[in-house]
Write a protein that binds this ligand. Structure first.
Ligand code: ASP
Length: 353
């Protein structure tokens, strides 16, 4: 589990994983969202089920899990979502905040048993929320986002991701699909995803619309980024960052034409401090490296679900932008294995360090 979504999600202050997700089909503006899931293995699949199999748009908590179970989605013990890396991230965050550290969840693997603990804490930031925007060959747009939210969140806190129009939105009428990451409270208040689509409908380019909205978020104190896909297939990214570093790759792997029919983009996750990473060398992320996502990583499933929701083609192009801006792209055959490759570098400063 690499990302802050599904297995691998961050922990609440109480030591739980509460998962949020949303999906929207721009062609008919149907949408589904779930918040605070604790037992549904793939939250994005639950969001899609809400969209397609319920008369509702948003379900929360136990009821949402019960609905997901009722439509046959796999249920797991909450400790399924436990990862040592995220647990250590919670412990660090609570200690920094002077908050009590909860007991290790019952049933969680012992620290020694954990094979997924990477050396430095950076991965907590590096692998954030996942999202995808997609366009199929018939011009249908869709957007999906999935997250564990913010480390050490409390009181049933829900961020922007499952709020349609805040962290997730797609509308063919506007010619725009958006998935966001960042300080969710601000993205909700700025109605980011909806506003980007509105700006696009009013004639702005997707890049200008994205930038204007990220500026808007910044003006009220928030930070983060969006990925946006226009009806013509134009992809835009915008991340706020003082002194954002940005680099295009020297080499681009040629994209077979058939793969261009669908495009999914995984949005950025903000970070607070690049210095964390300075000593870290991870062979996965050297310029020439590629990595393989597990078939059931929430990111992989999400991209597939979201694209399935819009269309039924066999390939998906994925792009993951990491907190500091590296991006990984690849093609997911319906077998759901995604080869990803470094493409871009960005830097971004998040909220409050
Ligand atoms: N936007 C998410 C939230 O506020 C967190 C993130 O994307 O990093 O829950």
């Amino acid at each position: 589990p690499l990302f802050n979504a599904g297995r691998g999600a961050v922990f609440t202050a109480a030591g739980r994983n509460e998962l949020d997700s949303a999906i929207m089909n721009g062609a008919d503006r149907t949408a589904g969202a779930v918040a605070g899931l604790t037992t549904t293995r793939h939250p994005i699949a639950a969001a899609r089920a809400v969209m397609e199999k319920s008369p509702h748009v948003m379900l929360i908590g136990e009821g949402a899990d019960a609905f997901a179970a009722s439509v046959g989605l796999e249920q797991v013990d909450p400790t399924f979502f436990f990862t040592e890396r995220r647990w250590q991230g919670l412990v660090r965050a609570l200690e920094q905040q002077g908050q009590p550290v909860p007991d290790r969840p019952e049933g969680a693997p012992s620290p020694q048993a954990s094979a997924d603990l990477p050396a430095p804490p950076l991965n907590e930031r590096k692998f954030g929320t996942v999202g995808a925007v997609a366009l199929d060959s018939q011009g249908r747009l869709a957007a999906g986002t999935s997250t564990g939210g913010m480390t050490a969140k409390r009181w049933g806190r829900v961020g922007d991701v499952p709020v349609i129009g805040a962290g997730t939105y797609a509308s063919n009428a506007d010619g725009c699909a958006v998935s966001a990451t960042g300080s969710g409270e601000y993205f909700i208040r700025a109605t980011v995803a909806r506003d980007i689509c509105r700006r696009t409908a009013d004639g702005a380019t997707v890049q200008a619309a994205a930038q204007a909205e990220i500026d808007e978020v910044g003006s009220i104190g928030g930070h983060g980024g969006v990925i946006v896909l226009g009806g013509d297939g134009t992809v835009a990214f915008s991340l706020d960052t003082p002194g954002m570093e940005r680099r295009r790759p020297a080499r681009r792997r040629p994209v077979p034409r058939r793969h261009l029919r669908r495009r999914a983009v995984i949005p950025p996750r903000p970070i607070s401090d690049r210095s964390d990473y300075s000593d870290y060398s991870d062979p996965l992320f050297s310029d020439d490296a590629s990595m393989t996502l597990a078939p059931d990583d929430e990111l992989t499933v999400m991209a597939q679900e979201e694209l399935d929701a819009a269309c039924a083609m066999p390939f998906v192009e994925l792009r993951k932008i990491t907190p500091w801006g590296d991006s990984y792209e690849g093609f997911a055959p319906s077998g759901r294995t995604v080869e990803v490759e470094r493409r871009y570098l960005w830097g971004v400063e998040p909220e409050g360090g």
